[in-house]
Design a protein around this ligand. Structure first.
Ligand SMILES: [Zn+2]
Length: 106
């Protein structure tokens, strides 16, 4: 997990991201919530679930495959609730930030 550019071997469990941790990441990094495409501020739907059964606790991890070879980039995705524009974030970057910023225990 030294860079966020690419990956060959896919272990989706290495990219487990909870919905709550993703909200913390977004709150820590995004200065505004309006969609950059449509300008509306109707919220974002974050994709969740990694198997045939729907879940709502872990984010869906996608593979953005390179055109040539076995390389790919793992990412998470959310959609604007108004226009449907997709926003993708590098999963390695999100996982690294969560590891460096664990949720405060109570
Ligand atoms: Zn939009």
């Amino acid at each position: 997990m030294t860079d966020d550019k690419s990956q060959v071997v896919f272990d989706h469990e290495a990219f487990e991201i909870s919905y709550e941790d993703m909200l913390r990441f977004m709150n820590a990094h995004f200065t505004q919530t309006a969609c950059p495409q449509c300008g509306e501020d109707k919220g974002w739907s974050i994709d969740t679930g990694n198997g045939p059964e729907p879940t709502h606790d872990k984010l869906t991890i996608y593979k953005m495959e390179y055109a040539n070879g076995d390389m790919f980039r793992p990412f998470v995705s959310s959609a604007c609730n108004y226009c449907g524009s997709l926003r993708q974030m590098a999963a390695k970057r999100v996982v690294a930030w969560i590891a460096e910023n664990p949720e405060a225990s109570e």
